[in-house]
Design a protein. Sequence first.
Length: 145
Amino acid sequence: MYLVGDAKLWWRKKNVEIEDGSCIINTWEILKHELKKNTVFNARKALLECKHTRSVREYCQAFSALMLNISDMSAVNRLFFFMERLKPWARTELNRCWVNNLNKAIIAAVSLSDYNAEPQRPLQRVNPSRTNGGKKPGGQAPNQS
């Protein structure tokens, strides 16, 4: 069996528990059950870190993927976590739509125009030396009235 990342760390920890006698994994069913428990824990941990930082669509996809691994969360909590981690402007728009479940919230969120998806270009300052030093065309300084 080839494991990487978190799965490899989890298996090493389980091996120590098996050697100590505090855990017994001797069937495929028990292994699947133990793996599922670990997956749910990692998904809940990732849920705390998941928030709307880029586009609304990307946030909805990431949140939905995490929810596939968390089956024991109530519908109210799912909606709460989804709404809480949105950017304020998006949360305000969804509150105006009176969404009352996660599916409606995701559909409404994806349909929002994502004003913050593209990074803003910084304003370019005009260099006075390139614009004739602030003088009128012809070399005269502007009137200071």
